[in-house]
Design a binder for this molecule. Structure first.
Ligand SMILES: *Cc1c(COP(=O)(O)O)cnc(C)c1O
Length: 487
């Protein structure tokens, strides 16, 4: 935003000043050759502007955005934590930022060593020693995990299993992944305490069950109280257990999914291990598996042979799923994050994130309705806005939009799908007590406004460059590039 509220903000294309350039190149000191004509365009209508104009344009745009460096970003299920600047120092090291994907392994031993050690750390943290760093995000990790599970069943000559069980509180990527891998999705109900309903699970498991896929803690922010039993039921039926590791933040250093009976899981490095995300990445979603499943992992993995680090392809690999070596700089940041805590202190991530969520909850729970009131939360909690809707005519969307006016990014809303008028808050361990107090204060004021002046919420946000957007129109008629007529 311009510091003068109504100062017009020019668009880059409209600032074009023919002849202006943002670079200067030295004279060419090598022989020139004409480029093939068919590769050349006659016209390339790019704005002609000086460097300073480009910088101002993008800085202006960046200031219209909210970011975790500005304040709390309590997006439930997404672990938007502060990204320590030491991570950025690490990726700027010459050997990290300038290593080329086409370099031979002998010339990039440091990079391979970092990947090798990160594989080991993730194996240790999860209790699942087979690790691939290849997947570009959690969702791609899910696909890898389910393809590994399929490869396992097929390798045993069992091709009859065609179902994946998924609880009704699941993240949408879980059923999408299963369907993409060719499986039928079978839904398992949640019970009144927010656990998976064991009777429903028993009724749905069969010799067609290839796997169950679930998040622990689940998307209600609750630890699955019968996790071992669930996993036993699936194993007894010959299926495998896939853990969606997006909520690892709540248990890291305290409980290892491998010890709880999970066979395969992904971790979202960009959630649990910091790394800027949002807007689609770049992220990283490594997959960890039981030792006997490592033979199916995608290639390449990093191994140590005769004092050197090398790329290897597992014996029955499902193949390549990403070009080159994963999102390397995301790996470097996660490595730096893990090393800055160290083995001994890693569990502070979980302890403080759970403490922060429960503290924030305690400040607002008299005013907002917790979905499962009889249980304390883990690293996030889920509120039910039905009463606000009924008593004040105010929806969870209205509350979320009003939060923007108080200068915060709104929490996740309308997910998980099983909670009506859902508001899901995850503060993370990187918030101070003062910032939690301020955020709680804003939530309490908004609840008061809902009662006394609901109009304020219906029309929110009031002070942003754009106010309520027409979601439907934006989805049906998206404008994805500059068009003079649309400006
Ligand atoms: C974020 C998330 C995913 C998907 O991960 P991406 O890295 O965004 O692809 C899957 N499951 C849960 C529970 C999540 O929160």
């Amino acid at each position: 935003m311009s510091i003068v509220a109504n100062k017009p903000e020019p668009l880059l294309y409209e600032m074009s000043n023919p002849g202006a350039v943002g670079y200067s190149l030295p004279d060419c000191d090598v022989p020139t050759t004409a480029l093939p004509n068919h590769l050349l365009r006659d016209e390339l209508p790019l704005p002609e502007v000086a460097e300073v104009d480009v910088v101002r344009h993008f800085t202006r745009l960046s200031q219209k955005n909210y970011c975790v460096d500005l304040g709390i970003y309590p997006l439930g299920s997404c672990t938007m934590k502060y990204n320590p600047k030491i991570n950025e120092e690490a990726i700027r090291l010459f050997g990290m930022s300038q290593v080329h994907p086409m370099q031979t392994p002998e010339t990039a031993q440091g990079a391979l060593q970092l990947m090798y050690e990160l594989q080991n750390y993730l194996g240790e943290i999860s209790g699942l020693p087979g690790v691939t760093l290849q997947p570009a995000a959690g969702a791609q990790g899910e696909l890898v995990g389910i393809l590994v599970i399929r490869a396992y069943h097929l390798a045993r000559g069992d091709s009859a299993r065609n179902e994946v069980l998924i609880p009704d509180s699941a993240h949408g990527t879980n059923p999408a992944t299963s369907a993409m891998a060719g499986y039928k999705v079978v839904q398992v109900k949640s019970d009144a305490r927010g656990n998976m309903d064991l009777d429903d699970l028993r009724a749905k498991v069969s010799d067609k069950t290839a796997a169950i896929m679930f998040t622990n803690p689940n998307t209600l922010g609750l630890f699955e109280e019968h996790v071992r039993q669930v996993n036993q039921i699936i194993h007894d039926a010959g299926g495998l257990v896939y853990g969606d590791g997006a909520n690892l933040n709540a248990i890291i250093g305290i409980a290892r999914p491998g010890d709880l009976g999970f066979d395969v899981m992904h971790t979202n490095l960009h959630k649990t291990f910091s790394i800027p995300h949002g807007g689609g990445g770049p992220g990283s979603g490594p997959v960890m598996v039981r030792a006997d499943l490592a033979q199916f992992l995608p290639c390449p993995l990093v191994a140590q042979e005769n004092d050197a680090y090398v790329f290897v392809t597992p014996e029955r690999s499902i193949g390549r799923i990403k070009s080159f070596w994963g999102n390397f700089l995301a790996l470097v940041r996660a490595y730096a994050y893990i090393r800055s805590y160290g083995k001994e202190y890693l569990k502070e991530i979980a302890e403080v994130s759970v403490l922060n969520a429960n503290y924030l909850l305690a400040l607002i729970r008299e005013t907002y309705d917790l979905q499962i009131p009889e249980r304390l939360c883990k690293h996030e909690f889920v509120l039910n806005g039905t009463r606000f809707k009924k008593d004040f005519g105010v929806s969870t969307l209205d509350v979320a939009k009003r939060i923007i006016d108080y200068g915060y990014y709104p929490p996740t809303i309308y997910f998980p799908l099983i909670v009506p008028e859902c508001l899901m808050i995850e503060p993370t361990e990187t918030q101070s007590k003062a910032s939690l107090d301020e955020f709680a204060d804003a939530l309490l004021k908004i609840a008061e406004e809902a009662r006394t002046n609901p109009r304020l919420l219906h029309d929110a946000p009031h002070d942003t460059p754009v106010t309520r957007m027409d979601d439907v129109k934006a989805a049906r008629e998206p404008i994805l590039r500059y068009r003079p007529s649309a400006a």
